[in-house]
Each structure stands twice: as structure tokens, then as C-alpha cells.
Ligand binder design. Structure first.
Ligand code: PGA
Length: 238
């Protein structure tokens, strides 16, 4: 596990975006998995600026949504797809057919997961993640095993509460569909983005404590090409 810590949130935003631009320039058809949530919002904005300035292009890339919440209305701002659309997709040049998400309304969610995996057609080149304060990655909550794949999951109480930051309706999600730790650990490269003091303690546990089934992020210690990309506050307990 590699650590890259930036002096300020602004340097972190610019640093992560700079790395992302480099990956896309080296491999324009990069197959990546991206998270929703608050963490990537300013990084996404910097990537949108980069595309508008002609510094980089997503035109040949493939993008897969990391996870999606159940229970929410189709247009709820808290849907993962809606967040990524609002914060990134509508500002960049990725063709719509090269974005892959989960049809959470479908009756047969197993088929939705199988179709997503078929579209993946092998491991991600790059998986970008946020991290929950309980160490969850995607919606792989504490107790998730590293061989679990794409599936429907129940959310931890703290995740349900945290989702209140995103949703526009009155309903909070209690379940979702997520890439498993299997897809995350099989990804050729993994970045965990974390900013702010609220993530400092889980970053400390992820880096310093032993691999623990109750801390999903700790499985990343076994990954050969994993980077924690942190601002100063998230790194403050290391
Ligand atoms: P956040 O969520 O980026 O909104 O903090 C991260 C996560 O729960 O994985």
C-alpha cells in the first residue's frame, strides 16, 4: 500500500487530477471504476475543467459506476448515477455508451450484476474509491469477504445515516448493489481518495492495523498497486 499525502485540499485536488490525466494520456481506452459521494466532487470538477481546456479526453475510455443505492426515486439527487452524472459525466466527453451503471429498478438484480460483469470483460485498469468511516469500500460493509463479487448488499447503519447528505427525498437507502471486494482487489490499480479530518481515524486504522474482516479497507494492504491519496487532514493521524 502506497501513501501520497498533499499539503492542502487544493493540492490534493490538483494532484489527484494530475495523476488521472496522466493515466488517461498513457492509456486513452482506460477501463475505470468511479465512486459517487462527496469525496470526489472537487476532483471531478478539476477533470471537467481539464477536458474543457483540451488537456485530456475521456473519449476512448470506459467508465463503470462503483455502486448504486436502492430505495431512492429515479431522480433523487442521492442516486450514485445521478451524482456522477451531475458532477462529472455531463461535463466530459465520454460517450454515453461507454458508461456502465446498475439498473437498480430491474426485477432480476442478479441479471443486472451479471450483465455489468459481462460488460466489464475482465479486471478494471483503475478503480477509484472513497472510504466510509467504518472502512467500507463501495458498499462492502464490515464483515464483507474479499472473494465476494458484484451483488445486492444491506447497508450498515452508519452508511444509511451518511446517505442523508446526498438524498433529496425523505427516504434513506437501506440496501444497494456494489462491486465486490473481489473486483476491487482484482483491479490493476486502486486509488483511495480521502480528504478532511473525518476520515483521519479510518485512514490510520487502514494503514496501521492488521488486515481485519471488520475493516474492509484493510484488505487493500494485500494489493500490489494500491495508493491512498490523502489531503493533510485525512493523513493527520499517521
Ligand atoms: P463520501 O463517502 O465520499 O461521501 O464521504 C465515501 C464512502 O462512503 O465511501
Amino acid at each position: 500500500m502506497n501513501l501520497l499525502c498533499f499539503d492542502s485540499e487544493q493540492r490534493w485536488i490538483e494532484g489527484v487530477a494530475s495523476l488521472w490525466r496522466d493515466r488517461l494520456r498513457l492509456q486513452p481506452e482506460l477501463k475505470m471504476c468511479v465512486p459517487s459521494g462527496q469525496t470526489p466532487v472537487k476532483v471531478f470538477a478539476e477533470m471537467a475543467r481539464s477536458v474543457a481546456a483540451g488537456e485530456v479526453s475521456f473519449h476512448h475510455a470506459q467508465m463503470f459506476l462503483l455502486d448504486e443505492f436502492g430505495d431512492l426515486e429515479r431522480h433523487d439527487a442521492g442516486r450514485s448515477e445521478n451524482m456522477v452524472h451531475r458532477d462529472l459525466l455531463r461535463h466530459i466527453d465520454l460517450p454515453a455508451v461507454q458508461f456502465h451503471s446498475f439498473n437498480i429498478e430491474a426485477d432480476d438484480l442478479n441479471k443486472v450484476c451479471r450483465d455489468y460483469e459481462a460488460a466489464m470483460n475482465g479486471a478494471f485498469d483503475l478503480t477509484i474509491l472513497g472510504i466510509g468511516t467504518n472502512g467500507h469500500l463501495g458498499m462492502n460493509e464490515p464483515g464483507s469477504l474479499p472473494d465476494k463479487g458484484i451483488r445486492r448488499v444491506e447497508l450498515a447503519e452508519s452508511t444509511i445515516k451518511a446517505a442523508a447528505r446526498y438524498v433529496s427525498g425523505t427516504t434513506l437507502p437501506t440496501w444497494g448493489v456494489t462491486n465486490g471486494l473481489k473486483q476491487i482487489l482484482e483491479s490493476k490499480e486502486v486509488w483511495v481518495l480521502a480528504n478532511g479530518s473525518g476520515k483521519a481515524e479510518i485512514i490510520r486504522r487502514t494503514v496501521n492495523d492488521a488486515v481485519d474482516v471488520n475493516v474492509p479497507s484493510s484488505w487493500l494492504r494485500n494489493h500490489p498497486n494500491c495508493w491512498l491519496l490523502l489531503d493533510a487532514e485525512a493523513a493527520s493521524l499517521l
